[in-house]
Design a protein around this ligand. Structure first.
Ligand code: ZN
Ligand code: ZN
Ligand code: ZN
Length: 168
């Protein structure tokens, strides 16, 4: 016997895969893959018209968590939106958090001279694209060094931004 309790495997109500089903979607246990797919397909809620994850029933019609008196498990813990999941935060809030951390100087606040860079980074239409850029590009390291006064802030600063920010 395993010393730690393990979740029993069962057939996912949505895709039929035999797996650990940890989340209840539309009143049935579903696997983690289906949970993820639900979390990424927010759509207008028939109850409140907000873009929400419709994983709960109201009079047998799918609706969002607040409209059905359920815990908002798909909502961003910072702003509550459900249309742009990125872990516990939405893409917009995750991007703001990451960008603030990156561009903060030794005193903690965003370096004033890098404020336009901050605005450019967080204002894009697709925060996920910029979040991927954080992990794939050398630009963030360069900007971070500038924010900490380890590198001179130059006109070349904007060359380090994701391409879809500088072309618009
Ligand atoms: Zn499934
Ligand atoms: Zn609703
Ligand atoms: Zn948010």
């Amino acid at each position: 016997m395993s010393p730690r309790p393990r979740l029993p495997r069962q057939d996912c109500a949505h895709c039929g895969r035999h797996d650990r089903c940890t989340r209840i979607v539309l009143e049935e246990a579903v696997c983690q893959r289906c949970t993820l797919r639900f979390a990424r397909t927010a759509q207008p809620c028939p109850g409140c018209a907000n873009i929400r994850v419709l994983a709960f029933y109201a009079d047998r019609r799918p609706a969002c968590a607040p409209c059905t008196g359920n815990e908002a498990v798909y909502a961003c813990t910072a702003c509550g939106r459900e249309d742009s999941p990125w872990g516990r935060l939405c893409g917009h809030c995750a991007l703001k958090e990451k960008t603030t951390a990156l561009l903060s100087g030794p005193d903690g606040g965003i370096n004033p001279r890098l404020r336009p860079v901050y605005e450019a980074l967080i204002s894009g239409p697709r925060p996920q694209t910029t979040l991927y850029w954080f992990t794939r590009s050398t630009g963030p390291a360069t900007l971070g060094a500038m924010a900490r006064d380890e590198l001179e802030i130059s006109h070349a600063t904007f060359d380090t931004l994701p391409a879809d920010r500088t072309n618009t």
